[in-house]
Structure formats: structure tokens, C-alpha cells
Design a protein around this ligand. Structure first.
Ligand SMILES: Cc1cc2nc3c(=O)[nH]c(=O)nc-3n(C[C@H](O)[C@H](O)[C@H](O)COP(=O)(O)OP(=O)(O)OC[C@H]3O[C@@H](n4cnc5c(N)ncnc54)[C@H](O)[C@@H]3O)c2cc1C
Length: 269
């Protein structure tokens, strides 16, 4: 619940600050039965999700203080006409709720350019390869950097060094010189999975849907209503959530479903 609340806050912040780079995505979850058995995620309550969904989604709206577009119920006739390629004949209804999407690459560039406008020095393809430590205090006072384009190394002095390395943050923290009895504890919980890129027509502008090849009585499928579409497929036995996301001309199906070491993978730049 805390995570959903924080996601709402983050979405609202992004929608306000970067309105031109963000958009709401209506996500429709079609139900073809009133009870799901065996229940998703192995909990009996989730078996009643087809009945509870509209109420759960209202609670979801409430966690945003009703700041996101409100969830609603789409009746079966409307669902069938909105999603003409819908395979399920016994569609009961669709529960529709809203998430948000932003163009992360453009957001990053916007942040970097804004920082530069306010006097920051910015660089691409420059890798931190070591911390610089004050020998008397033991504090980090800068980093040694490698320009990957030229091979040149140079020092950057700083009052504060922030390790914003995403999944690679522990590898950056490893470069801090710690006392012998001050072993670094990993801070990142890694996850890896399968990411499939399909042609865009798997997730059309009008409707996007999931494959029903593995659909079972316990399947939840979600569809999207517009060009920035997003759909998901839930496989309860594997407790796996797959999303069909429209991105440009392509359909992306990302899944980060398995834990891994945060030190997984070596090539970062
Ligand atoms: C396929 C996929 C789908 C995702 N979907 C979603 C989603 O739908 N919603 C959501 O909220 N999140 C999603 N995420 C997670 C989200 O992308 C990350 O949480 C977010 O990008 C983390 O941002 P960050 O700035 O902390 O790290 P990053 O974006 O990972 O940035 C870290 C940067 O540090 C750089 N770096 C590393 N080491 C060094 C070094 N030594 N020197 C210099 N630079 C270095 C890296 O090159 C990288 O550019 C998804 C992630 C993946 C992989």
C-alpha cells in the first residue's frame, strides 16, 4: 500500500513538472469469470478479484487523493466494441484504471540541460573509476573519472559525491575505501528477467491485448485504450506479471521477475 501511495505521489509530481513528457494511460482489465481458481499469488482472497476489482481500484484512486483520472467499470458490450479483437466470448466486464507514462530518455536530457542552465558541468560517456579520499579525515572529496571517448582520466573534486548508479550503485559504493572492519553491505536488491520486443501491431493504437496461448481459468488480461497502450498478463502459477507496452512503433513486453545479485552484468556504459 505504501508503494502504491508513493507511486501516486511520484506520478503527480512528474505530471506537474513534465507535463509535455507525461501522459495518463487507461488500463483495462477484462474479466471473463467472477471467481478465479486457483487464486493468483496463492491467496484465496485474490480469487475474488473479478468481483472486488472496482472497489480495489476505487481504493487505488483514493490513495492518490483522487488526483489521477478515476477508475471506472466498462460493461461487456462496451468492452467488446472497444476491443473488437477481444478473443474471450464470455467477457463480463472490464475494470479500467489509470497509470502514467513518461519518456525517461527525454526526462533525463531535460534534467541535464536544466542543470547545465543553472551552471552545472554535465558529461556523457564519463565513468567514475575511483573515489578520491582525504587521507586525514577518510572522507570522499571527489572521484577519478575516465572519459570513455578519449581514454583520458582526470580528477573531479567535490564537497559531496552522490552515487546515483541505479542497479550499479553497490559497485560504486565498493570503490569507497572503508576500514577493514567496515565491510560494505549491499543496498540494492537486484532483479532480472526477460524483455521481448515485438512489432507494434501486437499492441495496436486502438487496442492492445495479450496472447491467450497460455491463458487459463486463472488468467487476468489487461488492455489499453489508446496509443500509449499498456496491457498485462498475469500467470498465477508463476506469480508473474507481464506487461504489453506500446513504445513508438514497437511493443515491449518487460518482466523483471527473478532476484539476482546487484553485481550482475559488467558493461555499464
Ligand atoms: C525493462 C525495465 C522496465 C522498467 N519499468 C519501469 C516502470 O514501468 N516503472 C518504473 O517506475 N520503473 C521501471 N523500471 C525501473 C527504472 O527504470 C529504474 O528504477 C530507474 O531507471 C532507476 O533510475 P536511477 O537514476 O536510479 O538509475 P539508472 O537509470 O539505472 O541510472 C544509473 C546511471 O548510472 C550510470 N553509471 C553506473 N556506474 C557508473 C560509473 N561508474 N560512472 C558513471 N556512471 C555510472 C549508468 O550508466 C546509468 O546511466 C524499469 C526498469 C527496466 C530495466
Amino acid at each position: 500500500m505504501n508503494m502504491v501511495f508513493n507511486c501516486h505521489q511520484e506520478r503527480r509530481y512528474m505530471m506537474e513538472k513534465q507535463e509535455h513528457l507525461c501522459n495518463w494511460i487507461p488500463i483495462a482489465i477484462p474479466f471473463d469469470r467472477w471467481h478465479v481458481s486457483p487464486p493468483p499469488f496463492g491467496h484465496w482472497l485474490y480469487g475474488f478479484f473479478p468481483i472486488l476489482a472496482p472497489f480495489v481500484l476505487k481504493f487505488y484512486d483514493a490513495l492518490s487523493f483522487f488526483q489521477c483520472p478515476l477508475s471506472f467499470v466498462m460493461n461487456s458490450n462496451k468492452a467488446k466494441s472497444t476491443f473488437p479483437t477481444l478473443n474471450e466470448k464470455d467477457i463480463k466486464y472490464c475494470a479500467v484504471f489509470y497509470e502514467a507514462q513518461h519518456n525517461d530518455a527525454r526526462t533525463n536530457i531535460a534534467i541535464a540541460l536544466s542543470a547545465a542552465e543553472h551552471g552545472a558541468a554535465i558529461a556523457n560517456y564519463v565513468e567514475m573509476i575511483q573515489t578520491i579520499t582525504d587521507p586525514t579525515t577518510g572522507k570522499v572529496i571527489g572521484v577519478q573519472a575516465l572519459d570513455r571517448m578519449t581514454g583520458r582520466t582526470f580528477a573531479i573534486k567535490a564537497k559531496r559525491v552522490v552515487f546515483a548508479g541505479g542497479p550499479f550503485t553497490d559497485r560504486l559504493r565498493e570503490m569507497e575505501v572503508l576500514g577493514s572492519d567496515n565491510q560494505m553491505q549491499p543496498a540494492v536488491r537486484g532483479a532480472h528477467g526477460t524483455h521481448i520486443v515485438l512489432p507494434g501491431y501486437f499492441c495496436s493504437h486502438e487496442v492492445s491485448r495479450t496472447t491467450t496461448a497460455t491463458a487459463t481459468a486463472t488468467t487476468t488480461t489487461t488492455f489499453v485504450l489508446n496509443a500509449t497502450s499498456h496491457a498485462s498478463y498475469h500467470h498465477p502459477q508463476a506469480t508473474l506479471l507481464l506487461s504489453f507496452c506500446r513504445w513508438g512503433f514497437w511493443t515491449i513486453i518487460p518482466a523483471t521477475d527473478a532476484s539476482c545479485s546487484s553485481f550482475h552484468g559488467k558493461d555499464i556504459l
